[in-house]
Write a protein that binds this ligand. Structure first.
Ligand SMILES: [Zn+2]
Length: 267
């Protein structure tokens, strides 16, 4: 693939490739080999960097890793083309070019290192799975970030977090808070196997703080869970700058931190 800088350019390249009559199985295989090699290389570098559980990247590499993770292989040329076409269409629906907002990836890496040091987060939560944190270099029509789970046939899973560029109006939340929220979803997935179902004991615990959570607002419980994880971490000393909930009592945030940490420790 030529130099591409973001997921918009990736989609454009995919569309050009798919429009070429001579797109052969060999070309498709070569492309897949290339993005797979990029993933292996990034994983090796993460091991050398002493954080084997996660990869943080942007630009060309992020685009290749996105394609690698979202590409479901098929042996047949026509199926393969169709799957790539569907993926490109979905990308067109979801992503759009945005004003350049630089995502602070150094800060993202620092948070991951802190969580690994304090809670063995990736080791406990992901096991042998790999968490990719990709700066998409474009905006999403609905979200500023996304947690994308992949659940495999043996029930193991891996997860990716995509960070999107935001419009000027919604830049009030820091990248640190956004990342912590998405990591809350990752923990939720690990605990229940389903990102849309929170642990039962979370419902009974959080009900004290958010009356109606287990009944009237149950559908919003996964979002509450992710927020509570983020506010818990942001109550730790040195991490307060990621707090997106200044109006909630610090003691309450600390209780959520204790809850989340005990869930991680039990893994
Ligand atoms: Zn969320």
């Amino acid at each position: 693939m030529d130099a591409i800088n973001n997921l918009i350019e990736l989609r454009e390249i995919m569309e050009i490739l798919l429009s070429e009559q001579k797109l052969s199985q060999k070309l498709i295989s070569n492309l897949h080999d290339q993005v797979e090699r990029t993933l292996i290389m990034a994983a090796n570098e993460a091991i050398i960097d002493r954080h084997p559980g996660w990869i943080v990247c942007e630009g060309h590499r992020a685009a290749e890793l996105y394609l690698c993770r979202n590409w479901r292989r098929s042996g047949k040329l026509e199926d393969e083309k169709e799957r790539l076409r569907v993926l490109a269409e979905q990308m067109k629906k979801d992503f759009f070019a945005a004003q350049n907002e630089r995502v602070d990836l150094e800060l993202v890496e620092k948070i991951m290192r802190d969580l690994d040091e304090q809670d063995h987060f990736t080791e406990k939560v992901l096991g042998n799975g790999l968490l990719l944190i990709l700066s998409a270099g474009c905006a999403h029509r609905r979200f500023s970030a996304l947690c994308r789970p992949y659940i495999y046939q043996d029930d193991s899973f891996s997860c990716d977090v995509y960070l999107f560029q935001r419009t000027l109006e919604d830049r009030s939340t820091s990248w640190g808070s956004i990342l912590l929220h998405e990591l809350g979803h990752v923990l939720n997935l690990r605990l229940t196997g389903d990102i849309s179902v929170v642990p039962d004991d979370f419902l009974s615990f959080a009900e004290w703080f958010f009356p109606g959570l287990s009944t009237k607002y149950r559908a919003s419980a996964p979002e509450f869970f992710a927020h509570c994880f983020a506010m818990g971490v942001a109550s730790r000393s040195g991490l307060e700058c990621y707090d997106a909930f200044p109006n909630i009592q610090k003691e309450h945030k600390q209780l959520f931190d204790i809850y989340m940490r005990s869930k991680i420790a039990q893994l």
